[in-house]
Ligand binder design. Sequence first.
Ligand code: NAP
Length: 369
Amino acid sequence: MSKAATKEGTTRYAQKFAGRAAESHFREAHRLVLSSLGIGTYLGQPDEKTDAGYTAAAVAAVENGINVIDAAINYRFQRSERSIGTAIRQLAAKGFERDEIVVCTKGGYLTPDGSMPADPNEYFFREYIQPGVFSAKDIAAGSHCMTPKFLKNQLGRSLKNLSVECVDVYYLHNPETQLSEVSKAEFLGRVREAFTFLESAVEAGEIQYYGMATWNGFRQDARARDSMQLAEIAQIAQEIAGGRHHFRFVQLPFNLGMTEALTLGNQSVRGHHRTVMEAASDLDITLIASASLLQGQVAKNLPQFVAQALGLENDAERALQFVRSSPGITTALVGMSRLEHAKANARLAGVAPATVDEFSKLFSRGEGA
Ligand SMILES: NC(=O)c1ccc[n+]([C@@H]2O[C@H](COP(=O)([O-])OP(=O)(O)OC[C@H]3O[C@@H](n4cnc5c(N)ncnc54)[C@H](OP(=O)(O)O)[C@@H]3O)[C@@H](O)[C@H]2O)c1
């Protein structure tokens, strides 16, 4: 049995929904078939109720046509990864095999284990500094680290938390955090070291692809201190591993209130001005949208013209429809710690993404009025 998502497994998964899922709900990227919606696990309290909520929501999501699961080691102090681990074991018992599910997580932020320790400094000293996993000089902004030694340690913990032998997409978590403290040249050197480790983790079969999950880095004006150029980053992967490098996924916020990936020409690829969506397409990198509901804020009270353009039953559906229908977005991640949200959002699996015509109505409101 495969220890990671595969083309065969994810295709088999999609076929289980033949006749139920709309045709372009499933999309192929890098030899995997991904659903247009994915479950995120960021928000919520580090408590047992939320653990159980995420596990139930993830099981229901996979049972209803959503095969992309997103976590990060620091989400709810490692509890979100463990909730997903429980879901993956429950799903195996229900006949959903590991090779059907695209399991993604992130490393970069220091995190305690399960709950906030009484003395965090003592915890990090004992767990990390004393055994030589990192030293104080490796930490940026008081909380971020992406040295190979640290990433190796974090990946090992994530594999255990998630109960998998291989993570399908391993992201550096908000790497642009480092740019608040270090120079661009130093930053790119750190990215090179991190990518060298991540390519070796691919070689070792512990990850399948890697990427960057970002918040500001790809949404800013190109002159901002913490902005990043996708072509420059991809070039580093190219120099390490050639055309067969595994830097193939980027996650960034994209929703009705944060549309920069589609609208802002802040990238440059081979001398051409590009949006992030265009740059990603030029560089064969798959874009995954985070915060598709703007952390719940666009799940209600949307202006009337959105309903007129997209139809559907409610604003949460319209907000998700916007993201999953955007050119260049493969999967729209939505945080769901509640079973009823997983069931409700999965209804969209049966709905075709908006047509170009419907989608462009959102951008032409008022025209001709
Ligand atoms: N920098 C990064 O790497 C980064 C940053 C942000 C997010 N992410 C990823 O992207 C995922 C999604 O982003 P997010 O969780 O921050 O925000 P989000 O998906 O925009 O919103 C999640 C919130 O929306 C609620 N919700 C879900 N479905 C709903 C529905 N049908 N109607 C009303 N409310 C609904 C959820 O409630 P319940 O929880 O109660 O179900 C939760 O409070 C994250 O979970 C994470 O995996 C990554």
